[in-house]
Write a protein that binds this ligand. Structure first.
Ligand SMILES: [Zn+2]
Ligand SMILES: [Zn+2]
Length: 323
């Protein structure tokens, strides 16, 4: 993150310093109102790239803006290029104005997530993490192993965090919002309560504080996990893979709630007895849209939904969610 901050400093923030030097004199009224201490602090935020408040504000804005660009960019690309929009729209469980609701939910919650996330990046640039600079610092074997470790560590921790978010005390206040989307679209990917999203992103931030991780690889992995979140909501059921927790597995999670809590692999769901293999029909476009198949799917989904949430307060696009 220090390299990103340096880039922003030299291309954007230092322009603010120039503005301060040009117009800063106009803030002299602050000295009479709040004393010279506050004006000195403001001058330091504008002009000193090592000022921790300035760094915090910059990191918050970078996290928020980059997060929003990545979300809208990747989800829009997926939605407009290969996402089966018509198939999703025809499904009885698709909500009225669902895409707009998803985008609105994500955009309202991304600032809160960025606010909770930037202290991790601030601690990292101040040298508290185990992020390292040179690719060969711990050897290339470790570099490759650190990717596997990162994915397994995150998947294990997310599995338990996600499972805990399904506990009846946490589900309604934190996680129910993300389960509003029974038929997810790529825009569902970041459409959650900011505390829910932050809780599930915690393992990504904790990992480099426990294990050495190359800082460029960390940026790449951070981009990858955001992309993966979109990919598991894109309805593109590539294969019924037994190891990878793909889009079909996560679609099962949205449809049947209490299964497939993992993010990358099916391993921890298998160990925790919460694995549910997607039905073969999901991989056949004709069968997937067959009314008998959908009716059976809805009947199972409705009974689990009642058990988990009680009354269904979703507003469906057609027929009150019935076929
Ligand atoms: Zn869930
Ligand atoms: Zn989801």
């Amino acid at each position: 993150m220090d390299r990103v901050l340096e880039f922003v400093d030299s291309h954007i923030s230092d322009r603010l310093s120039d503005l301060y030097y040009t117009y800063g004199g106009r803030l002299s009224w602050l000295t009479s109102v709040a004393g010279p201490g506050l004006q000195k602090q403001i001058a330091s935020i504008f002009t000193n790239s090592n000022n921790v408040i300035r760094q915090g504000i910059e990191l918050f804005l970078i996290t928020w803006i980059m997060g929003t660009i990545m979300y809208l960019g990747t989800a829009s690309f997926s939605y407009f290029t290969y996402f089966e929009r018509e198939e999703a729209h025809r499904h009885p469980k698709f909500l009225k104005n669902q895409e707009w609701l998803e985008i609105k939910t994500a955009l309202l919650n991304l600032p809160g997530m960025a606010l909770l996330t930037f202290p991790w990046f601030l601690a990292e640039i101040h040298g508290y993490s185990q992020c390292y600079d040179r690719l060969d610092e711990y050897g290339y074997t470790y570099l490759i192993c650190s990717v596997v470790m990162f994915l397994l560590f995150s998947d294990f921790a997310i599995y338990w965090i996600h499972r805990a978010l399904h506990h009846r005390l946490l589900y309604a206040p934190l996680h129910k919002l993300h389960h509003k989307w029974v038929i997810p679209t790529p825009f569902s990917s970041h459409a959650f309560n900011f505390l829910d999203g932050y809780a599930q992103s915690l393992p990504y931030h904790i990992f480099p504080f426990l294990f050495p991780l190359n800082k460029y690889l960390y940026l790449f992995l951070f981009g990858f996990v955001n992309l993966w979140t979109v990919l598991i909501h894109d309805g593109e059921y590539l294969s019924n893979n037994a190891i990878v927790n793909g889009s079909a597995h996560h679609a099962v999670h949205h449809m049947y709630f209490n299964y497939n809590y993992g993010q990358f692999f099916t391993l921890f769901d298998r160990l925790g007895s919460s694995h549910r293999q997607p039905e073969a029909e999901m991989f056949d476009a004709k069968l997937r849209t067959n009314s008998t198949v959908i009716r059976k799917q809805i009947s199972i989904s409705d009974s689990i939904q009642k058990e988990v949430e009680g009354k269904d307060d979703r507003v469906y696009a057609h027929n009150g969610g019935e076929l």
